[in-house]
Design a protein around this ligand. Sequence first.
Ligand code: AMP
Length: 113
Amino acid sequence: MNDCLFCRIMAGEIPSTKVYEDDFCYAFRDINPQAPVHVLVISKQHVGNLTEAAALPDAALAGILRAIPEIAAREGLGNGYRVVSNCGPDACQSVQHLHFHLLGGRPMADQMA
Ligand code: AMP
C-alpha cells in the first residue's frame, strides 16, 4: 500500500512523532491536534477502516484495543479520554487506513458530534 499515507508513516517514509508501537499497532501524534493529547493509533496491517477490520486476525483486533488504554496511561490520561474511529464518508474519514483517535487532556463536550 505505497500510496497509503499511514502505511508510509509506519514505513518511516513520512516523519511522525511516535508514541507507541507493538506487533499490532503504531501510534503517533496527530498533525492537527484537537485536544492537548491527540494520538492516532493505527493498525500495522492495512485495512481501510472498521468496516474492513473483520479481515484482521482476532489477535490484532484485541492487541489494538489493549494498546489504547496502555497509551492513555502513558500519556497521563488518568482522568479519562475519548476514542473515535471515523468510518466512511458520513463520518468524514479522510485517511483510508484503520485508525483510532485517542483524545484527552481536557474535558470533552458531552455530545458526540
Ligand atoms: P480521519 O479524518 O478520521 O481520517 O483522521 C485522519 C487524521 O490524520 C486527521 O486528524 C489528520 O490531522 C491526521 N493526519 C493527516 N496527516 C497526518 C500526518 N502526516 N501526521 C499526523 N497526522 C496526520
